[in-house]
Design a protein. Structure first.
Lengths: 169, 119
């Protein structure tokens, strides 16, 4: 849905998302199209308002990145304190799941084997493979030589036989 | 070695125009590190982040901050819709109209920043 030629100021929350939220909040209520449009634009304004305030709070705190706490403080100072408790709940879940995920992925990565050991095992495997390849080449070469020699011999014995035959007759 | 395994579904859902239904405990629509509970009306985090960054003064916002802001925006929509609906009911209408929103914006202090929001 993002238009490639739009500039930053044309950004809004997608209509479908807003429609869904309105539907859930007011089921069985019809909503005029221009009302929906207004809600979309209000969302944009809301986000700008909160992020601007959060940015100021962030600058005052001498941090470079806006943290969730800055956003929460912004909500409070702009009169949206009633949103804070729900927002905090969700933030808590967020942190819990992120923590679980980090633990799980590091467990999976390591499987209890340190990196140096894994590297060493890898080198060993590579060495083994090239060793086997060389041996296979050798064997093939030997077979080729034997076959060649045999064919040479059989040719020369044929010659010898034909000579004898020629002499007899 | 990347520590954050990003489920493709989550990234796709976050970028999608609409909101995807999230399974219980699933991460759909939540972005790399912030899955949420099962909620149907999830705002696309990528879009929220883009809106935050549209402000030239804003340098960086953490993912969790964007997530918190998205959730606050959802609450905002719910609140303003409900508040506006009161006016529709007063007018004995079953359809929410733009003027109901205008009334709510005028009447409620916190919505003062919306006065003059153009279409």
């Amino acid at each position: 849905m993002a238009s490639s030629s739009g500039n930053d100021d044309d950004l809004t929350i997608p209509r479908a998302a807003i429609n869904k939220m309105i539907k859930e909040t007011l089921p069985n209520v019809r909503v005029a199209n221009d009302a929906r449009e207004l809600v979309v634009n209000c969302c944009t304004e809301f986000i700008h308002l909160i992020s601007s305030e959060a940015n100021e709070i962030c600058n005052k705190s001498e941090k470079k990145t806006i943290s969730p706490e800055h956003v929460i403080q912004a909500l409070e100072s702009l009169g949206f304190g009633s949103y804070i408790s729900e927002v905090k709940e969700v933030l808590q879940e967020c942190k819990t799941v992120a923590l679980k995920r980090r633990k799980a992925s590091s467990r999976l990565e390591n499987l209890g084997i340190p990196e140096e050991e894994l590297l060493r095992q890898q080198q060993e495997l590579f060495a083994k493979v090239s060793e086997e390849a060389i041996q296979a080449q050798e064997t093939a070469r030997k077979y080729c030589v034997r076959a060649f020699t045999r064919s040479l011999l059989s040719q020369s014995s044929l010659c010898h036989l034909s000579q004898i035959v020629c002499e007899r007759f | 070695m990347a520590a954050a395994a990003v489920p493709v579904a989550a990234a796709a859902a976050a970028a999608a125009a609409g909101s995807e239904p999230a399974g219980p405990g699933e991460e759909a629509g939540a972005g790399p590190q912030c899955p949420g509970p099962a909620r149907l009306a999830r705002l696309p985090l990528a879009r929220v982040k883009a809106l935050v960054k549209a402000d030239p003064d804003v340098t960086l916002a953490s993912q969790e901050a964007v997530f918190v802001l998205a959730r606050a925006t959802e609450l905002f929509v719910e609140t303003i819709a409900k508040d506006a609906y009161v006016y529709a009911q007063q007018g004995k209408r079953k359809t929410l109209q733009r003027k109901d929103l205008d009334n709510a914006i005028e009447a409620i202090d916190e919505f003062a920043f919306l006065e003059g929001t153009l279409d």
